[in-house]
Ligand binder design. Structure first.
Ligand code: ASP
Length: 343
Protein backbone atom coordinates (compact mmCIF):
# COMPACT_ATOMS: atom_id res chain seq x y z
CA UNK A 1 0.00 0.00 0.00
CA UNK A 2 1.27 3.45 -0.86
CA UNK A 3 0.39 6.80 0.73
CA UNK A 4 0.97 10.24 -0.77
CA UNK A 5 2.30 12.45 2.02
CA UNK A 6 5.05 14.33 0.21
CA UNK A 7 5.72 14.68 -3.55
CA UNK A 8 8.92 12.66 -3.04
CA UNK A 9 6.81 9.62 -2.07
CA UNK A 10 6.30 9.28 -5.82
CA UNK A 11 9.14 8.51 -8.19
CA UNK A 12 9.47 10.73 -11.25
CA UNK A 13 8.21 7.78 -13.28
CA UNK A 14 5.10 7.48 -11.08
CA UNK A 15 4.44 11.23 -11.37
CA UNK A 16 4.75 11.04 -15.15
CA UNK A 17 2.38 8.03 -15.16
CA UNK A 18 -0.23 9.94 -13.12
CA UNK A 19 0.07 12.98 -15.41
CA UNK A 20 -0.24 10.69 -18.46
CA UNK A 21 -3.28 8.96 -16.92
CA UNK A 22 -4.90 12.37 -16.34
CA UNK A 23 -4.32 13.19 -20.01
CA UNK A 24 -5.90 9.88 -20.99
CA UNK A 25 -8.90 10.67 -18.75
CA UNK A 26 -9.24 14.01 -20.59
CA UNK A 27 -9.21 12.20 -23.94
CA UNK A 28 -11.50 9.28 -22.92
CA UNK A 29 -13.64 10.36 -19.95
CA UNK A 30 -16.28 7.69 -20.57
CA UNK A 31 -13.76 4.88 -20.02
CA UNK A 32 -13.19 5.87 -16.41
CA UNK A 33 -16.76 6.65 -15.34
CA UNK A 34 -17.43 3.54 -13.31
CA UNK A 35 -13.89 2.70 -12.26
CA UNK A 36 -14.46 3.51 -8.56
CA UNK A 37 -18.00 2.12 -8.32
CA UNK A 38 -18.69 0.82 -4.77
CA UNK A 39 -15.53 2.53 -3.45
CA UNK A 40 -15.60 5.29 -0.85
CA UNK A 41 -13.31 8.28 -0.35
CA UNK A 42 -13.24 9.97 3.07
CA UNK A 43 -12.31 13.66 3.12
CA UNK A 44 -11.08 14.63 6.59
CA UNK A 45 -10.56 18.39 6.48
CA UNK A 46 -9.37 19.98 9.71
CA UNK A 47 -8.72 23.30 7.95
CA UNK A 48 -10.81 25.42 5.51
CA UNK A 49 -10.69 24.52 1.83
CA UNK A 50 -12.87 25.05 -1.22
CA UNK A 51 -11.01 23.77 -4.25
CA UNK A 52 -9.12 20.87 -2.77
CA UNK A 53 -12.02 19.27 -0.91
CA UNK A 54 -14.56 19.85 -3.66
CA UNK A 55 -12.19 18.67 -6.37
CA UNK A 56 -11.53 15.43 -4.45
CA UNK A 57 -15.29 15.05 -4.10
CA UNK A 58 -15.95 15.79 -7.78
CA UNK A 59 -13.09 13.47 -8.83
CA UNK A 60 -14.48 10.54 -6.85
CA UNK A 61 -18.02 11.22 -8.08
CA UNK A 62 -16.87 11.28 -11.72
CA UNK A 63 -15.23 7.90 -11.16
CA UNK A 64 -18.55 6.53 -9.90
CA UNK A 65 -17.46 6.33 -6.24
CA UNK A 66 -18.92 7.86 -3.10
CA UNK A 67 -17.64 10.39 -0.60
CA UNK A 68 -18.02 10.83 3.16
CA UNK A 69 -16.19 12.92 5.75
CA UNK A 70 -16.14 16.30 7.45
CA UNK A 71 -15.06 19.80 6.50
CA UNK A 72 -15.11 21.24 10.01
CA UNK A 73 -13.26 19.41 12.79
CA UNK A 74 -15.70 20.93 15.31
CA UNK A 75 -18.25 18.45 13.90
CA UNK A 76 -15.93 15.49 14.46
CA UNK A 77 -14.51 13.70 17.49
CA UNK A 78 -11.41 15.89 17.19
CA UNK A 79 -13.49 18.38 19.18
CA UNK A 80 -13.60 15.79 21.98
CA UNK A 81 -9.84 15.36 21.87
CA UNK A 82 -9.53 12.29 19.64
CA UNK A 83 -6.06 11.92 18.09
CA UNK A 84 -5.50 11.92 14.35
CA UNK A 85 -4.30 8.30 14.53
CA UNK A 86 -7.44 7.12 16.31
CA UNK A 87 -9.63 8.99 13.83
CA UNK A 88 -8.01 7.35 10.78
CA UNK A 89 -8.16 3.92 12.40
CA UNK A 90 -11.90 4.43 12.71
CA UNK A 91 -12.44 6.00 9.29
CA UNK A 92 -10.42 3.19 7.67
CA UNK A 93 -13.30 0.89 8.66
CA UNK A 94 -15.70 2.96 6.52
CA UNK A 95 -13.64 4.18 3.55
CA UNK A 96 -11.25 2.73 0.95
CA UNK A 97 -9.04 5.82 0.73
CA UNK A 98 -8.64 9.01 2.80
CA UNK A 99 -7.74 12.59 1.84
CA UNK A 100 -6.67 14.62 4.88
CA UNK A 101 -5.98 18.32 5.35
CA UNK A 102 -4.59 19.46 8.67
CA UNK A 103 -3.13 22.72 10.02
CA UNK A 104 -0.53 20.76 12.01
CA UNK A 105 2.53 19.77 10.00
CA UNK A 106 3.16 16.04 9.86
CA UNK A 107 -0.42 15.06 10.81
CA UNK A 108 -1.06 13.10 7.55
CA UNK A 109 2.28 11.28 7.98
CA UNK A 110 1.35 10.22 11.49
CA UNK A 111 -2.05 9.13 10.16
CA UNK A 112 -0.38 6.99 7.48
CA UNK A 113 1.60 5.09 10.13
CA UNK A 114 -1.54 3.40 11.42
CA UNK A 115 -3.93 3.59 8.49
CA UNK A 116 -5.30 0.47 6.84
CA UNK A 117 -6.15 2.47 3.68
CA UNK A 118 -4.09 4.90 1.56
CA UNK A 119 -3.75 8.42 2.98
CA UNK A 120 -3.45 11.42 0.69
CA UNK A 121 -2.03 14.58 2.23
CA UNK A 122 -4.35 17.37 1.07
CA UNK A 123 -2.15 20.02 2.73
CA UNK A 124 -0.44 20.06 6.15
CA UNK A 125 0.30 23.48 7.64
CA UNK A 126 2.92 25.31 5.60
CA UNK A 127 4.73 22.03 4.94
CA UNK A 128 3.48 20.15 1.89
CA UNK A 129 0.63 19.95 -0.63
CA UNK A 130 1.42 17.12 -3.07
CA UNK A 131 -1.92 16.99 -4.90
CA UNK A 132 -1.62 20.69 -5.74
CA UNK A 133 1.81 19.80 -7.12
CA UNK A 134 0.33 17.13 -9.40
CA UNK A 135 -2.22 19.76 -10.49
CA UNK A 136 0.57 22.24 -11.23
CA UNK A 137 2.63 19.71 -13.19
CA UNK A 138 -0.36 18.70 -15.33
CA UNK A 139 -1.09 22.39 -15.94
CA UNK A 140 2.50 23.15 -16.97
CA UNK A 141 2.46 20.13 -19.30
CA UNK A 142 -0.83 21.17 -20.90
CA UNK A 143 0.07 24.87 -21.20
CA UNK A 144 3.66 24.53 -22.45
CA UNK A 145 3.73 20.96 -23.81
CA UNK A 146 6.65 20.03 -21.52
CA UNK A 147 7.80 20.02 -17.91
CA UNK A 148 11.56 19.83 -18.58
CA UNK A 149 13.65 22.86 -19.56
CA UNK A 150 11.58 25.64 -18.04
CA UNK A 151 12.37 28.78 -16.09
CA UNK A 152 9.78 29.18 -13.36
CA UNK A 153 9.34 32.22 -11.13
CA UNK A 154 7.70 31.80 -7.72
CA UNK A 155 6.29 35.09 -6.52
CA UNK A 156 4.92 36.24 -3.15
CA UNK A 157 4.78 34.12 -0.01
CA UNK A 158 7.54 31.57 -0.50
CA UNK A 159 8.04 31.14 3.23
CA UNK A 160 4.63 29.77 4.20
CA UNK A 161 3.40 28.64 0.76
CA UNK A 162 3.29 24.85 0.98
CA UNK A 163 2.36 24.60 -2.71
CA UNK A 164 5.65 26.30 -3.57
CA UNK A 165 7.68 23.95 -1.36
CA UNK A 166 6.06 20.87 -2.85
CA UNK A 167 6.34 22.01 -6.48
CA UNK A 168 10.05 22.86 -6.14
CA UNK A 169 10.68 19.38 -4.69
CA UNK A 170 8.89 17.71 -7.60
CA UNK A 171 10.47 19.90 -10.29
CA UNK A 172 13.94 19.18 -8.93
CA UNK A 173 13.68 15.74 -10.60
CA UNK A 174 13.18 17.24 -14.08
CA UNK A 175 15.87 18.42 -16.53
CA UNK A 176 16.91 22.00 -17.08
CA UNK A 177 14.77 23.62 -14.39
CA UNK A 178 15.69 27.18 -13.44
CA UNK A 179 13.97 28.75 -10.46
CA UNK A 180 13.63 32.47 -9.78
CA UNK A 181 12.47 33.25 -6.23
CA UNK A 182 10.65 36.60 -6.16
CA UNK A 183 9.80 37.63 -2.59
CA UNK A 184 10.40 40.27 0.06
CA UNK A 185 12.92 39.44 2.78
CA UNK A 186 10.24 38.37 5.27
CA UNK A 187 8.74 35.81 2.88
CA UNK A 188 11.81 34.15 1.39
CA UNK A 189 11.96 30.43 0.69
CA UNK A 190 13.10 28.48 3.79
CA UNK A 191 16.80 27.59 3.78
CA UNK A 192 16.13 23.87 4.11
CA UNK A 193 14.47 23.84 0.69
CA UNK A 194 17.24 25.89 -0.91
CA UNK A 195 19.90 23.61 0.55
CA UNK A 196 18.30 20.17 0.70
CA UNK A 197 16.37 20.43 -2.54
CA UNK A 198 17.81 23.03 -4.93
CA UNK A 199 21.49 22.70 -4.06
CA UNK A 200 21.44 18.95 -3.53
CA UNK A 201 19.51 18.24 -6.73
CA UNK A 202 21.44 20.79 -8.83
CA UNK A 203 18.50 23.12 -9.50
CA UNK A 204 19.73 26.55 -10.57
CA UNK A 205 18.03 29.24 -8.48
CA UNK A 206 18.37 32.91 -7.77
CA UNK A 207 16.54 35.35 -5.50
CA UNK A 208 15.21 38.80 -6.33
CA UNK A 209 12.71 41.26 -4.90
CA UNK A 210 11.69 42.66 -8.30
CA UNK A 211 8.93 41.05 -10.34
CA UNK A 212 9.57 43.58 -13.14
CA UNK A 213 13.16 42.45 -13.42
CA UNK A 214 12.35 38.72 -13.35
CA UNK A 215 9.24 38.43 -15.50
CA UNK A 216 10.78 38.69 -19.02
CA UNK A 217 12.78 35.44 -18.66
CA UNK A 218 9.96 33.25 -17.26
CA UNK A 219 8.12 30.37 -18.95
CA UNK A 220 5.91 29.95 -15.87
CA UNK A 221 4.98 32.56 -13.28
CA UNK A 222 3.64 30.91 -10.10
CA UNK A 223 1.79 33.56 -8.07
CA UNK A 224 0.86 32.99 -4.42
CA UNK A 225 -1.31 34.53 -1.74
CA UNK A 226 0.33 35.99 1.36
CA UNK A 227 -0.95 33.51 3.95
CA UNK A 228 -2.32 35.56 6.81
CA UNK A 229 -3.29 32.47 8.83
CA UNK A 230 0.37 31.39 9.11
CA UNK A 231 1.67 34.70 10.53
CA UNK A 232 2.24 34.97 14.26
CA UNK A 233 2.71 38.74 14.08
CA UNK A 234 -0.08 40.85 12.50
CA UNK A 235 2.18 43.90 11.93
CA UNK A 236 4.58 41.78 9.91
CA UNK A 237 1.64 40.55 7.82
CA UNK A 238 0.43 44.12 7.18
CA UNK A 239 3.91 45.16 6.06
CA UNK A 240 4.19 42.54 3.32
CA UNK A 241 0.63 41.75 2.27
CA UNK A 242 0.56 43.89 -0.90
CA UNK A 243 4.15 43.21 -1.88
CA UNK A 244 3.88 41.73 -5.33
CA UNK A 245 0.93 42.32 -7.58
CA UNK A 246 0.52 41.08 -11.15
CA UNK A 247 -1.22 43.53 -13.47
CA UNK A 248 -1.59 44.13 -17.23
CA UNK A 249 1.48 46.40 -17.30
CA UNK A 250 3.69 43.63 -15.93
CA UNK A 251 2.12 41.02 -18.25
CA UNK A 252 3.27 43.22 -21.15
CA UNK A 253 6.88 42.58 -20.06
CA UNK A 254 6.45 38.77 -20.19
CA UNK A 255 7.02 36.18 -22.93
CA UNK A 256 4.15 35.56 -25.35
CA UNK A 257 3.93 31.90 -24.21
CA UNK A 258 4.37 32.39 -20.44
CA UNK A 259 1.77 30.61 -18.27
CA UNK A 260 0.49 32.26 -15.08
CA UNK A 261 -0.38 29.72 -12.37
CA UNK A 262 -1.87 30.34 -8.92
CA UNK A 263 -3.08 27.66 -6.48
CA UNK A 264 -5.93 30.04 -5.49
CA UNK A 265 -7.61 31.57 -3.60
CA UNK A 266 -6.24 34.90 -4.75
CA UNK A 267 -6.76 38.00 -2.68
CA UNK A 268 -5.30 40.95 -4.57
CA UNK A 269 -2.02 39.61 -5.92
CA UNK A 270 -3.42 39.19 -9.45
CA UNK A 271 -5.64 42.02 -10.68
CA UNK A 272 -8.81 40.86 -12.42
CA UNK A 273 -7.65 42.71 -15.56
CA UNK A 274 -5.20 39.80 -16.08
CA UNK A 275 -7.97 37.15 -16.12
CA UNK A 276 -8.80 37.62 -19.81
CA UNK A 277 -5.16 37.32 -20.89
CA UNK A 278 -4.76 33.94 -22.66
CA UNK A 279 -1.64 33.30 -20.53
CA UNK A 280 -3.71 33.35 -17.32
CA UNK A 281 -3.96 29.61 -16.66
CA UNK A 282 -5.20 29.65 -13.05
CA UNK A 283 -8.82 28.77 -13.74
CA UNK A 284 -7.83 26.02 -16.18
CA UNK A 285 -5.52 24.81 -13.38
CA UNK A 286 -8.58 24.25 -11.15
CA UNK A 287 -10.12 21.87 -13.73
CA UNK A 288 -6.76 20.10 -13.99
CA UNK A 289 -6.87 19.60 -10.20
CA UNK A 290 -9.96 17.45 -10.47
CA UNK A 291 -8.59 15.45 -13.41
CA UNK A 292 -5.26 14.71 -11.77
CA UNK A 293 -6.97 13.71 -8.51
CA UNK A 294 -9.05 11.23 -10.53
CA UNK A 295 -5.78 9.81 -11.87
CA UNK A 296 -4.24 9.74 -8.39
CA UNK A 297 -7.19 7.93 -6.80
CA UNK A 298 -7.13 5.29 -9.55
CA UNK A 299 -3.37 4.84 -9.17
CA UNK A 300 -3.34 4.58 -5.36
CA UNK A 301 -6.23 2.10 -5.43
CA UNK A 302 -4.31 -0.03 -7.95
CA UNK A 303 -1.07 0.17 -5.98
CA UNK A 304 -2.94 -0.68 -2.78
CA UNK A 305 -3.20 -4.32 -3.75
CA UNK A 306 -0.11 -4.42 -5.92
CA UNK A 307 2.80 -4.05 -3.54
CA UNK A 308 4.12 -6.87 -1.40
CA UNK A 309 7.37 -7.69 0.33
CA UNK A 310 9.20 -10.47 -1.50
CA UNK A 311 11.28 -11.53 1.51
CA UNK A 312 9.85 -14.82 2.85
CA UNK A 313 11.68 -14.19 6.12
CA UNK A 314 10.09 -10.78 6.68
CA UNK A 315 7.80 -10.44 9.70
CA UNK A 316 4.96 -9.18 7.49
CA UNK A 317 5.00 -12.51 5.63
CA UNK A 318 5.09 -14.54 8.85
CA UNK A 319 2.69 -12.77 11.19
CA UNK A 320 -0.40 -10.71 10.48
CA UNK A 321 1.06 -7.24 9.97
CA UNK A 322 -0.18 -4.71 7.45
CA UNK A 323 2.47 -4.53 4.67
CA UNK A 324 4.10 -1.09 4.78
CA UNK A 325 6.60 0.51 2.44
CA UNK A 326 8.87 3.50 2.17
CA UNK A 327 10.45 5.19 -0.80
CA UNK A 328 14.20 4.79 -0.41
CA UNK A 329 17.20 6.07 -2.35
CA UNK A 330 17.03 6.24 -6.18
CA UNK A 331 13.27 5.88 -6.12
CA UNK A 332 13.35 2.25 -4.96
CA UNK A 333 10.41 1.18 -2.81
CA UNK A 334 11.49 -0.89 0.19
CA UNK A 335 9.67 -2.86 2.86
CA UNK A 336 9.25 -0.82 6.04
CA UNK A 337 10.03 -3.84 8.24
CA UNK A 338 12.99 -5.53 6.55
CA UNK A 339 14.28 -3.06 3.90
CA UNK A 340 13.88 -5.59 1.09
CA UNK A 341 12.97 -4.32 -2.36
CA UNK A 342 9.29 -4.66 -3.21
CA UNK A 343 7.16 -4.90 -6.39
N1 ASP B 1 -4.92 26.67 -1.79
C1 ASP B 1 -3.52 26.69 -1.47
C2 ASP B 1 -3.22 25.89 -0.22
O1 ASP B 1 -4.08 25.20 0.28
C3 ASP B 1 -2.93 28.05 -1.44
C4 ASP B 1 -3.46 29.03 -0.42
O2 ASP B 1 -4.25 28.68 0.44
O3 ASP B 1 -3.05 30.18 -0.51
O4 ASP B 1 -2.09 25.91 0.25
Amino acid sequence: MKHLIDPTDLTKKEIDEIVALAEDIIAHRERYQGSMAHKKLATLFYEPSTRTRLSFTAAMMELGGQVLGFSNPQNSSAAKGETVQDTVRVVGCFADIIAMRHPIEGAPLVASEVSSVPIINAGDGSHSHPTQTLTDLLTIKRELGRIDDITIGFCGDLRFGRTVHSLIKALSRYHGIKVVLIAPDELRLPDYIKQDVCEKMGVAYRETDSLDEAIPELDVLYMTRVQKERFLDEDEFDRVKDSFVLDARRMALAKEKMAVLHPLPRVNEILTEVDEDPRAAYFRQVENGKLVRMALIISLMEWKDDLHCTNAKCICNNEKHEPRFRLAENGITRCWYCDSKVR
